[in-house]
Design a protein around this ligand. Structure first.
Ligand SMILES: NC(=O)c1ccc[n+]([C@@H]2O[C@H](COP(=O)([O-])OP(=O)(O)OC[C@H]3O[C@@H](n4cnc5c(N)ncnc54)[C@H](O)[C@@H]3O)[C@@H](O)[C@H]2O)c1
Length: 269
């Protein structure tokens, strides 16, 4: 790990211009979704933040409009897409980010309460599909657009005690691939992003179950967990014209976590 946060050499930076674009982010009130809203808003986009959480409009940055939406309810997904298009005339980007991982879902499958299975499937799988169903209809009419599904390293690899979250995250990868292939000739790109551990309320809630912050950080070759804006930056690039040949694929943004074999010597702490 670097001794100081001060870079020794210039790192290079990228600036995005999203003026005129209309962006819909689910679960935008917290964590990664909030950083994505901030990234789009500060680069000029009009952002609709669709979340079940109650938030006051004045707690959101300028350019971000809150809409109360439960993505597990198809009718609410249809309504927020229609509202967005009626108000702003188009939909350029959908970020499917809203997902849940309740404490009770950390168990083995034989102990799983089926109501947890149903709840997670409704939000984490159906919710992504409902939002894509209406957003992709609009994007096909426009003949343009980008959809990003937030998946996870757990969609690629697994662990004990996560019989539902990871398998649905794997489905989120395949949704992006399938939708990407389906709509590729309509000027629409669909991709997924798979974060490693990122410092958000979702991860904070499960830190103890993951051995604490230091242990979790040490599992990442980079030696720390990620920041929400590091995922937002990947989303900004993927949804920009600079990523125009990138579709129906996944980007792991994980500090090397996915490359680190279970057989490898752990890093010294
Ligand atoms: N944080 C991580 O380390 C991590 C790692 C890999 C993948 N991810 C994925 O990134 C995404 C964001 O994770 P996060 O850590 O920021 O989560 P978070 O729990 O911090 O925030 C999730 C947001 O989604 C909202 N939400 C929950 N259910 C909803 C529903 N039915 N309808 C609308 N909004 C709803 C919540 O109110 C909250 O604002 C998720 O898809 C998650 O699976 C996160």
């Amino acid at each position: 790990m670097k001794k100081s946060d001060q870079p020794l050499r210039p790192l290079g930076t990228v600036k995005y211009d999203n003026h005129g674009r209309v962006v819909l982010v689910t679960g935008g009130c917290n964590g990664i979704g909030r950083a994505i809203c901030d990234g789009f808003a500060s680069s000029g986009a009009t952002v609709v933040c669709a979340d079940v959480a109650t938030v006051l409009q004045d707690q959101l940055p300028a350019g971000v409009l809150f809409q109360s939406v439960d993505t597990s309810v198809e009718e609410q997904c249809r309504a927020v897409v229609e509202w967005t298009v009626e108000k702003f005339g188009a939909l350029d980007v959908l970020v499917n980010n809203a997902a849940i991982q309740p404490k009770a879902s950390y168990t083995s499958v034989d102990q799983l309460d089926s109501s947890e299975l149903e709840r997670m499937t409704r939000v984490n799988f159906f919710g992504y599909t409902f939002m894509a169903k209406y957003a992709l209809g609009q994007m096909r009419r426009q003949q343009s657009g980008v959809v990003v599904n937030l998946s996870s390293g757990q969609g690629h690899r697994t662990a004990r005690q996560v019989p539902v979250y990871g398998p649905i995250k794997a489905a989120n990868l395949l949704q992006a691939m399938q939708w990407g292939v389906e709509y590729a000739r309509d000027g629409i790109r669909v991709v997924s992003v798979s974060p490693g551990a990122i410092d958000t309320p979702l991860v904070r809630a499960s830190l103890a179950a993951q051995g604490g912050e230091e242990a979790l950080a040490n599992r990442h070759p980079i030696g720390r967990i990620g920041r929400p804006e590091e995922i937002a930056n990947a989303v900004l690039w993927l949804t920009s014209g600079d990523a125009s040949f990138v579709t129906a694929t996944d980007l792991e943004v994980d500090g090397g976590l996915g490359a680190f074999g279970a057989f490898a010597d752990p890093y010294q702490r």
